[in-house]
Design a protein around this ligand. Structure first.
Ligand SMILES: Cc1cc2nc3c(=O)[nH]c(=O)nc-3n(C[C@H](O)[C@H](O)[C@H](O)COP(=O)(O)O)c2cc1C
Length: 203
């Protein structure tokens, strides 16, 4: 009797292992191969909030708004200029964010003095999102060109982010629906890898 009891005890883990639910062809995500997009945006005057809402809708994903504790309205817009000209860090608002949970990252951010606005730069600084795939949309008022695009791209590369798609929205005189339509076009034109990933991950 004692012999049977010992046999049962020894073979128990084998039964447990053998009857784990298993379906042929089930995909177990490889370590580090998470696919959970997140839109991260900063907006002072509302344009990037519109862009981020459209990106979130298009990819059915969460959004994270970066906020700043620095006064930036009225006369205090001067703080934006000082940040940009003197490479001053922002005073960031509180943010709850576990970067391990997300990839890719989709950024929406205004251009201030030819580069990403300081609240976004401060957030991304110190290689906080190193190794992530990134798609970026910037908004501007027309004083923006290829050189500025390179500055933004170089900044993202220096943060060890892998840029997969990029687009710029001209917001001067644009209505909300024009900003939405331009965002849609960027997704179609420049974010094709993202669209491919969506179909692979939802199949
Ligand atoms: C301090 C500051 C600097 C700016 N610098 C530029 C610039 O260099 N080139 C440009 O085309 N637009 C510039 N803009 C315009 C913004 O990029 C544009 O209005 C953007 O759409 C604002 O986005 P938001 O509404 O989400 O804050 C600047 C705006 C501010 C407040």
């Amino acid at each position: 009797m004692k012999k049977y009891f010992i046999l049962l005890l020894v073979s128990m883990p084998l039964y447990i292992f053998a009857y784990q639910p298993f379906s042929a062809g089930a995909q177990v995500p490889a370590a580090g191969a998470t696919w959970r997009p997140l839109v991260i945006y900063y907006s002072l005057t509302g344009n990037n909030r519109i862009v981020a809402a459209e990106l979130g809708n298009a990819f059915g994903c969460e959004r994270l708004e970066i906020t700043s504790m620095r006064e930036r309205t009225g006369f205090w817009k001067v703080n934006c200029v000082i940040d940009q000209l003197f490479d001053r860090d922002d005073l960031p608002g509180p943010v709850k964010f576990d970067s391990v949970q997300y990839n890719p990252i989709i950024i929406a951010c205004p251009i201030w003095i030819h580069r990403l606005a300081s609240p976004m730069r401060t957030f991304l600084d110190h290689k906080r999102l190193a190794g992530k795939d990134v798609y970026a949309v910037v908004t501007h008022q027309g004083n923006y060109g290829e050189k500025d695009e390179q500055v933004v791209k170089s900044f993202l590369a220096a943060q060890d982010m892998h840029l997969k798609g990029y687009g710029a929205v001209l917001t001067r005189g644009a209505t909300e629906s024009e900003i939405i339509n331009e965002t849609k076009s960027i997704i179609k034109r420049n974010f094709s890898e993202m669209e491919k990933s969506i179909s692979n991950n939802t199949r």
